[in-house]
Design a binder for this molecule. Structure first.
Ligand code: ATP
Ligand code: MG
Length: 238
């Protein structure tokens, strides 16, 4: 008998991708026996609050971060669409490519899932994929039962064996993940502090080599150096 497909989808701005994202992906992969994980940086259109690194750099870092995970893929499908990224659209693309909701597991931190009611196509989106909600430091996944009581009937704790004919589940995965955020990383780079252990070594190297998130070229004072075009977004632009 062929093994069922179980596809993880890990989305985010990934500005930059860090060890907390990778821990969340690994926790879902292990807990749910995922056969593939797609890591999908989101597009931020010009009229929205801008990312700090360009879409090109965010994708490059994502590709480097998945390099050590043979079953993971960096996917550019949201970046190729010009407009804002909506998970609803992304899930439809997966459905159109032959992946039914029963095979999809959208991996998300418990902090982000708290806002699910504000997402496009809520509550229908709950029928379009399983959600694999992973704890983030300060945001235990188990607490969602009490914080989102209207959804508690759909929530389940591992081990779960979702059946094809069931409504998709909200699976609460209480595993530790690194206490790090992209915001902290950007702030540390601005102060020229090291990122050891917060991002994959290749990602750290890429950030340093291209001067991402630092107001100056490393080692020089701000007033000495113009913004580096290689760093993507020029500081001061929006
Ligand atoms: P920022 O500080 O810019 O908001 P972030 O670190 O929160 O960045 P996002 O790109 O906003 O990262 O998050 C993408 C997804 O990864 C979200 O579902 C978020 O909940 C999850 N996530 C981010 N950091 C962690 C972490 N340390 N542990 C578990 N999940 C995380
Ligand atoms: Mg965030």
């Amino acid at each position: 008998m062929t093994q069922p497909r179980r596809i993880g989808i890990l989305g985010g701005t990934f500005d930059p991708i860090h060890c907390g994202h990778l821990d969340a992906g690994r926790a879902a992969e292990r807990t749910l026996n995922l056969t593939r994980v797609y890591v999908i940086p989101s597009n931020v259109p010009p009229h929205r609050r801008q990312t700090f690194a360009s879409a090109f750099h965010r994708f490059a870092m994502t590709a480097m971060a998945v390099a050590d995970h043979p079953n993971w893929r960096a996917a550019d499908l949201e970046l190729r669409n010009g407009g804002p990224s909506y998970t609803a659209h992304t899930l439809k693309e997966f459905h159109d490519r032959g992946y039914p909701p029963s095979e999809l597991f959208f991996i998300i931190g418990a902090d982000a899932f708290m806002d699910i009611a504000t997402w496009r196509d809520y509550p229908k989106i709950l029928d379009w994929t399983h959600f694999a909600v992973v704890s983030r430091p300060g945001h235990p996944a188990g607490a969602l039962r009490y914080r989102l009581p209207a959804l508690s009937t759909r929530m389940a704790h591992p081990p779960v064996e979702p059946m094809q004919e069931m409504d998709p589940l909200i699976i609460l995965i209480d595993e530790p993940t690194a206490d790090v955020s992209s915001t902290t990383i950007r702030e540390r780079r601005e102060q020229n502090l090291p990122l050891a252990g917060m991002v994959a070594p290749r990602v750290e190297q890429h950030i340093t080599q291209h001067g991402l998130y630092s107001p100056n070229i490393p080692g020089r004072r701000r007033s000495d150096s113009p913004p580096d075009p290689a760093a993507g977004r020029l500081h001061g632009q929006s």
